[in-house]
Design a protein around this ligand. Structure first.
Ligand SMILES: [Zn+2]
Ligand SMILES: [Zn+2]
Length: 154
């Protein structure tokens, strides 16, 4: 599958946090892990990957909560909207992703698969035709994405 990044804009509910980025709009993932459930207050977090180094904020930057050694979750300090999962290490920036609902045109996104399907809630089953990876398989997915999306020489 060819992946071409698309320039997009997005932001939070109150408008203080606005961003622009090039994102892989047709490389969306539905993550059912318990951290994403808590962080969003929803059954899953649905995100699209950015092209490394292209995420820019206008206005205020998000406030962050570091949820793992690898990433921090950014949200608007005023209205609380979840905006971004930001890689901690610069060399992992190709894994940084934005929430699909923060996009100005979320309807243009397409989903690729499910992550952490072992903690998927039984009553929540969007896009059931897509591949479902369990938590232990996350490394496989990251390796596959690395081969597809990681920029040359990074
Ligand atoms: Zn806001
Ligand atoms: Zn998750």
């Amino acid at each position: 599958m060819a992946h071409h990044p698309t320039p997009v804009t997005g932001g939070c509910l109150c408008g203080r946090v606005r961003y622009q980025a090039e994102v892989f709009l047709h490389n969306g993932y539905i993550c059912h892990c318990t951290i994403c459930q808590r962080s969003t207050g929803q059954p899953a977090e649905i995100t699209v990957l950015i092209k490394a180094g292209t995420l820019r904020y206008s206005g205020e930057e998000p406030k962050y909560f570091q949820s793992s050694p690898d990433g921090k979750r950014g949200f608007c300090a005023e209205c609380g909207s979840r905006i971004v999962w930001q890689a901690i290490r610069a060399e992992d920036d190709w894994l940084t992703n934005v929430t699909v609902g923060s996009l100005d045109r979320p309807g243009e996104a397409r989903m690729t698969g499910h992550i952490c399907a072992d903690t998927q809630l039984g009553w929540y089953d969007p896009c059931p035709e897509l591949p479902k990876l369990v938590a232990d398989e996350a490394d496989l997915l990251i390796e596959a994405l690395r081969a597809e999306l990681r920029p040359e020489g990074v």
